[in-house]
Design a protein around this ligand. Structure first.
Ligand code: NAD
Ligand code: UD1
Length: 337
């Protein structure tokens, strides 16, 4: 059977997307080097779906190891999640980010060329828009200067894919620009379990509430937004995961354009303070937080116009911020037990 290769499949979005792909009847092979995840994730996927996912414990930057996957499996499409993703860390360690995120993609495209795998779905990010002039951002909103090396790796990766498509007219790619995913699978058997200390706002909030950390620093209170804190578009993880299944359907079962860029967000912008208040509402707890300096690499405000995803993939988000916070909080409590 033709398989879907999911790189970074032990990670947060990759693992939830594997569940959605399996539930839609796709056969999946995963690759991960566990630099920010744990091989136990595959047990969690099995607990949810009953399916043991074949996986390769490899670094995508090792081209020989990567080739083995293509030699041993008939791959119909690739969903490429594997990357380093911390904005702040990328400011501190730019070369690590450029090497990992670019070399991984280039090796993968070389395998696509050699083994004639025609379909790629790439995990990009709303960070490619930088401080956009117009909100909500559409796929046509001009990209501004990247605010961090991480964001720049995504801009460059997108460009590499376009250049690759230029010389391979039979290749197809969907570039998904995610906004801010959060929450856990509805079963509460799997959720966000970063290897390193959490870097994103919502898991940081739940870690503080459970007592793993002392206090949240709100990065910046003097931004030109409605309450002075940054605005982001939080999207429920299973809504995001499902968009990948729809994208695979689009590539394999429809007549796709050669390159398709799609925003995946909820369409609603929330400030950091609004996220905190949503958490306090659903948990009934008071969160310990203080205002702090701006964080390097942050954009001021970004949220999505997702009408292209709706029209092309028939996709729209099903859950809002309170449901996301409630799901993230249930998962943190479960994880702690
Ligand atoms: P994650 O860190 O949980 O998952 C990434 C996975 O890739 C991890 O399991 C990691 O071990 C693996 N990996 C990294 N480099 C690798 C390499 N060289 N070889 C093999 N495996 C490697 O991150 P995530 O939140 O699931 O993000 C998935 C993708 O989505 C990334 O490309 C990220 O940049 C992108 N993205 C994430 C967010 C977000 O907020 N989580 C937002 C926009 C875009
Ligand atoms: C960024 C990128 C996103 C990317 C993701 C991967 C942008 C617009 N988004 O998300 O595309 O793929 O990283 O990690 O660049 N915050 C605090 N205190 C904290 C942590 C965060 O106030 O301790 C604030 C941040 O300043 C930000 C918001 O919370 O305004 C969300 O931060 P975070 O969860 O780290 O995600 P982004 O940086 O938006």
């Amino acid at each position: 059977m033709n398989k879907i290769l999911v790189t970074g499949g032990a990670g947060y979005i990759g693992s939830h997307s594997i569940i959605d792909l399996l539930e839609a009847g796709y056969s999946v092979v995963s690759a991960d080097n566990f630099i920010n995840s744990d091989r136990k994730t595959y047990d969690q996927i099995k607990a949810v779906t009953g399916i043991e996912v074949k996986h390769y414990d490899i670094d995508l930057c090792d081209s020989l190891d990567l080739e083995k996957i293509f030699q041993e499996n008939q791959i119909a499409a690739i969903v490429h999640f594997a990357a380093l993703k911390s904005v702040g860390d990328s400011v501190e360690n730019p070369l690590l980010y450029y090497h990992n995120n670019l070399a991984g993609l280039i090796n993968l495209l070389r395998c696509q060329e050699k083994y004639e795998v025609k379909n790629l779905i790439f995990s990009s990010s709303c960070s490619v828009y930088g401080n956009a002039d117009q909100l909500p951002v559409t796929e046509g909103t001009p990209l501004k200067e990247a605010e961090s090396p991480y964001a720049r790796t995504k801009q460059i990766c997108e460009q590499i894919i376009f250049d690759f498509l230029n010389v391979h007219p039979d290749q197809r790619a969907v570039i998904l620009r995610y906004f801010n995913p959060a929450g856990a699978h509805i079963s509460n058997l799997i959720g966000e379990s970063p290897h390193n200390i959490a870097n994103n706002l919502i898991p940081i909030i739940t870690e503080i509430a459970i007592g793993k950390r002392d206090r949240l620093s709100v990065f910046g209170s003097d931004y030109p937004t409605r309450d002075g804190t940054c605005v982001r578009d939080y999207i429920y993880i299973m809504d995001l995961a499902h968009a990948h299944t729809r994208s695979v359907d689009y590539l394999l079962k429809q007549e796709p354009e050669q390159a398709t860029i799609i925003n995946l967000g909820s369409g609603t912008g929330s400030t950091v303070l609004e996220v905190i208040h949503s958490f306090e509402k659903v948990s009934g707890l008071k969160l310990n937080y203080k205002m702090a300096d701006r964080r390097a690499g942050d954009v001021i405000a970004v949220y999505a116009d997702y009408s292209k995803a709706k029209n092309l993939l028939g996709w729209s988000p099903q859950r809002g911020l309170d449901e996301i916070m409630s799901s993230a909080w249930s998962w943190e409590q479960k994880r702690n037990n």
